[in-house]
Design a protein around this ligand. Sequence first.
Ligand code: SAM
Length: 326
Amino acid sequence: MIWDELDWSILERLRQGFLSGTAADGPYWRTAEDLAHYDFTFAERIGWKWDHVLRELEQRGWAPPEGPLLDWGCGSGVAHRRVAARWPHAVTALQVMDHSLLAEEFALERWRQTPSAIPATSWDRAHPPVTVVISHVLNELAADDAEDLMATISAATAVIWIEPGTPAMGSALVAWRERLRAEFSMIYPCPHQAVCGMTAPGNERHWCHHFAAPPPEVGADPHWVKFGQRAGIDLRSLPYSALVLDRRKPSLPAAAGAGRLGRIIGRPRVAKPYTRFIGCDADGVSEMELPKRVAPSLAKKLDRATAPRSFRWSKDDQTLSQIEVL
Ligand SMILES: C[S@@+](CC[C@H](N)C(=O)[O-])C[C@H]1O[C@@H](n2cnc3c(N)ncnc32)[C@H](O)[C@@H]1O
């Protein structure tokens, strides 16, 4: 696919379905062309979110367990391609699952075009996956589909899950986290294993979301710029919600040490004397502030999507007195 071949009537119909909610009414891929268009544009943008999350997981010393990888609701397959590219040795086989056979066929064909030798098939339910990847599926699921997904997750060792960073999806992932908390370690984005602070009274207006950054060249690429304008998407802003779970209960290097492990949620507001943000640590989720004098160069760049989000910090009340980037 090349930019000059884009058929906007396909992209507009797909986007309309995603925005209006009709995508939840049943399979909507009509032809392989639909999937090729999606893969080249919307899915590529989703891939930037995957790159962002996987990069941080890798930096923090986490990798999926070795074994088959299932892409549940695979669409054109961007999620499994990103995971297999980052950890090729962990993925021994690829399994794709979508209620659209057209999507499964497209994802398998697209996989065959990659240089990887990892075998790929449609998922045979007799073979439970070791790792499940889930991407941008949740708001298309009916209640019984969600239970099917829960059963699949409950049979897996690890889960990597990314959804749009909307209030509805952020809150839904928190609810899934709470249901799965007894079985799995929370690897990402949570800095702790306790009840999610978002569920505490008073936090109803917050939701667990984060921002990824697109590759730097995208802003200067006239094709992407035109695509963003025509599709009505701000390509600089990539809000996502995520959940990474691991049944192995790994001890990550960052877990040892004094102070609290903490994560910034959403986008911080940088002001002269303070940077304010919604912070999450084992004490809960609350508005916190980082006085500029505590970490001058960090405080002033925290509103950038490329800024670190995972820390060890100490605080007096909700004011940070010390902060270390993990
Ligand atoms: C928005 S697309 C996302 C595709 C891909 N995961 C990605 O991130 O690009 C949602 C996909 O979920 C699939 N889907 C929706 N409901 C499903 C269900 N109940 N079981 C399996 N797949 C489903 C759709 O057919 C579609 O391919």
